[in-house]
Structures are given as C-alpha cells and as structure tokens.
Design a protein around this ligand. Structure first.
Ligand SMILES: [Cu+2]
Length: 284
C-alpha cells in the first residue's frame, strides 16, 4: 500500500479503515487498527463504504475500455484508457508495487483469473496481449493511483469473450489448494468488517518453501473477489512476512458471502496463482 494511506490508517483509525478499506493495496497493521469485532454481538459486521471494483467511474476518474471483446485466441491485445477529471486521458500515475497499473481479468464465475501489467503509451492508452481460456462474461479491474491522489482507485468494467459457455459452479470451500507442484494451505477466517488474519503456507512435495522470491515488492499479493458482484479487495502481506513458508495477510471483507481468494507468489523464477473459495461471516 502507499505510505499516505498507511499514515492515514494510523492517524484516523477506524473511520479511515472503513473508508479506505477497499483502496488499492490495502494493508492493515493489526497492532494499531481497531476492529469492528470488539463490539461483536453475534451479528455480522459490514462496512458501509462501497467496495472497490464495482464502478466504472469514481471521483471523476473513468475507465474506458477500447477493446469490446476478449478472445480465446492468442495474439490479441486488450486496450483501455483512464479518463481523468479534466476529461483527458490520464498519463500521470503513481508507481505502486513496481507498476503504474495492475490489471486483473476474471470471469464472472471466478474462474480464469489473470493479473497482468499493461504498458502505457504517451497518449494514455494501456495495452496488454491477453487471451482467455474460455468464452464468457468477464470483469476487468484497473488497480492504480493517479499521481494527484493519495488514495488508489479500482475501476471495473464488464467485457465479454464471445462463444458458447456454461458457468462453473463456485469452487468448494477448501483449506488447501494445489497449484503446479505447490500445495498452499489457508488458516484463518474472513470476518466481515474486521481485519481478518489469513495465514497461507506454501509447501512443495511436502516440504515447506522457505525461499519465496519477492514479486512486485512483496512476498505475496492476495486479491479477494466477492461471489455475485465481484467486489474487489487487494491486500499485501504483513511487513514482517519472511520468504515463506507462511505469508500472513490481514484482509477486511465488506460483508458475509462467498469469496474467491487469489494468491500470487513467486518461487524458482515463476509466478504462481493459488485459488481458494472461502466463506465470510461464520466464526468456526
Ligand atoms: Cu500487479
């Protein structure tokens, strides 16, 4: 997360946590952040702030897709612009986690997740070669911070990959998932409105992985997407996180519901994405 947001969290506590909880690269420090759970009366807490990623336009900034369709063939490019409050394509972006803009593309049934980094030309057009495996209704999220702002924005737009498709059932809620030769396990529960500690542990062939490599200036990136509307949350590990096997996040989801969790980590020169389905709102 950006330093200004973090300082804001420290200075203003709960109000800022709720207002900024769904900004780009949100991280909550457990030692200084009050939690809504302190007055938990058995009902589930929920934030009233609008989660990120649900709007195509916010605070005068608008995401403008220039590509109408996604494709299942290689070699096509996805292009878009961000239009600023002055009506012109935005070209002044702050660098966050080594990139000016992070683009997430995912099918609306939470399959086919991709996290890519488009390049921008001088006129403000972002492009990235992108193909999807299956046709369907997709959502694209631009996660960035205009240089003129202290807070990041996550703008979302629908985009379709034409063709016959059947939605997949939501993945089974699970504490463990396999990606490539890695097994990633998940400890901790998502409690709405609360900085919920999630510990992800990476093993390979039964052995803990202790030489994770930094990927975009962090040992892991966790994106949570709410099933049903794809409300978006992106968190980074606790600062004390080492190179594995455990990666610790504090994620604050906005409501009860089912969430897809997508962990990006890098090991042996390769970026892996481990996917979980988790339910928020139950204390187990
Ligand atoms: Cu990124």
């Amino acid at each position: 997360m950006s330093t200004p947001i973090k300082l804001g969290v420290f200075a203003l506590g709960l109000i800022v946590v709720f207002a900024a909880a769904f900004g780009a690269g949100h991280l909550i420090n457990p030692d200084t952040t009050p939690t809504a759970a302190e007055h938990d009366d058995g009902h589930n807490q929920a934030s009233s702030a609008t989660p990120g990623g649900l709007q195509i336009s916010q605070d005068g900034y608008r995401l403008e897709p220039l590509t109408r369709e996604l494709s299942t063939s290689d070699g096509l490019s996805l292009s878009f612009r961000v239009i600023g409050p002055d009506g012109k394509p935005l070209t002044a972006f702050a660098t966050e986690h080594e990139k000016e803009l992070h683009l997430i593309v995912v099918r609306r049934d939470l399959t086919g997740f991709q996290h890519v980094h488009p390049t921008r030309d001088a006129s403000g057009v972002w492009s990235v070669p992108l193909s999807v495996r299956e046709p369907g209704a997709y959502r694209m999220f631009a996660d960035f911070r205009p240089a003129a702002r202290d807070e990041g924005l996550i703008l979302g737009a629908d985009i379709t990959a034409p063709g016959d498709y059947r939605p997949h059932e939501p993945g089974k809620v699970s504490r463990s998932t396999v990606v490539g030769s890695y097994t990633v396990s998940l400890e901790g529960d998502l409690v709405p409105g609360t900085a919920s500690k999630l510990t992800l542990t990476v093993t390979r062939a039964g052995a803990p992985v202790t030489d994770l490599e930094p990927y975009l200036a962090a040992f892991g990136h966790l994106v949570a997407l709410r099933d049903g509307d794809l409300a978006y949350l992106h968190v980074h590990p606790e600062e004390t996180t080492k190179a594995g096997p455990q990666i610790v996040f504090y994620a604050e989801v906005p409501s009860d519901g089912t969430y897809g969790l997508f962990l990006d980590f890098r090991h042996a020169g390769q970026v892996q994405t481990a996917q979980f389905t988790a339910t928020a709102g139950h204390r187990r």
